[in-house]
Design a protein around this ligand. Sequence first.
Ligand code: MLC
Length: 507
Amino acid sequence: MLFLDRLKQNCATYADKIAIEFHEPQRTETVTYQYIEDTVQKTMAYLHSLGVESGDRVALQLPKCLPFIYLHLAIMRLGAITLPLNPAYPEAELIYFLEDSGAKLFFADSHDEAKIQAIADKLPSLETVIYIEIHPDDPEEFESMLTAEVDNLPHPPTDANQTALIFYTSGTTGRPKGAQITHGNLTTNLDDLYSAWGWQDDDILLHVLPIFHVHGLVVALHGALHAGATAIMLPRFEPQLALDTLVKRCCTVFMAVPTIHKRLVDFSDAENYDLSHMRLLTSGSDRLPDDVCVRFKQLYGHTLLERYGMTETGMNLSNPLHGERRIGSVGMPLPSVEARIVNPETDEPLADGDVGEVQIKGAHVFKGYWNMPDKTAEAFTSDGWLRTGDMGMRAADGYFTLKGRSKDLIITGGLNVYPPEVELVLADHPAIQASAVIGCLDDEWGERVTAIIILKPEVTVTEREIIHFCRERLAQYKTPRTVIFVDDFPRNALGKIQKAKLREAWC
Ligand code: MLC
């Protein structure tokens, strides 16, 4: 049964049960499964009246809020495609995502109206922008836009291969690519996680992640709705509020990235929180440092369950719910996932214990990048394995361990940054002759985006100016935190910059 059908069924089975409790500083909004079903139907009718049809891309650049969730579910149920966008994207990135996806309809935060109007002439494909006023103290605002007339709605998609979502991922060689996630991909992965993580309808998830990524939207929020469970949502992560809520609301499940777990173990009042009622705390989106895992266990009594996923696939590997959660390992393939380690040059499988590229196969793997057939072809081997770009090894007992990346990807606070995207921006700076962007290890963020720069002769420019230049063109998390000026780069015989040597010298 496709995820959307299962959700509809849950809305009937658990009609009066709380599906989502959305906590704002001023108030908490509580919605039942029946309310979700009713509001999604009304949102479908509203979108339909705006001309949204199957296959259309509808962009959402909204803060974490209930209207985002209603819109997203209604878009998918109309057979259209949700395009979730990080609210941190500045104009230049926004233009690219909207134009590349060909979105006709865009829901934006009313606070961004002036910014979006200023770039309207650069968005020829976009037909309609709807500004939503997100009033934490007036939740009716969005609902008042909806029509009560819900007759004759189109049938939900039945084709598992139909695209449900496009997530833009940072580009390995330049511009970001739109990964198309199908209804079948979502369903397979949710079914896998339901059994692997023992989701139950009496689970209460504490949701602190952003909802414009796979982790927060698909794994956490869809996961709870798919299980008929309750999601308690906080607009953003804040250690004390998260811990208070875990305890007061008797949450059973928590999902986060290593930067968040690090902040929890560093929290000064940690020993005053008893989390013994919880059953599952997971970590993903970046490598969990061993010491954070060990300290978490000492302070909170739980061994974090580390798992491995990516935007293009959802979740691939996971430590077991019962059984050994091996520190430093991302566990074993989920039930419907095939994983292997290969020589990245030849795609030949390697023996257990050898380090090579992790490759993945399964019905959860995305169908391709939006309008980029060449990039899609490059992403797969001739026999259909996805090249993850992550290096790893498999132990004889089946546990996988990640060992870095074959590409120069930087992960900061659980968010991916590909250096070429930042280098492209730096190349536009009039004072810069050449740049190399690397990730330097960082206690809090995992890695810190660092730009090593060669200036043109006889120009001067400060670190601050370079950071400001990038900040205007890139989301905050992609903007270099440190800028280092050098006279030359270490290069190999082919003239390629040796980033490993730069990391050794400057990180
Ligand atoms: C915020 N900042 C970041 C950042 N997030 N910088 C680098 N990397 C990040 N990820 C900036 C802010 O803009 C601010 O900049 C400064 O850091 C301090 O901000 P903050 O208020 O302390 O940050 P906060 O809002 O608390 O956010 C930190 C965080 C958040 C870790 C809670 O980044 C987060 O929720 N990350 C989760 C990301 C995620 O969901 N990833 C999943 C991807 S899916 P300034 O300049 O103003 O000081 C995926 C697949 C899978 O990877 O397997 O899951």
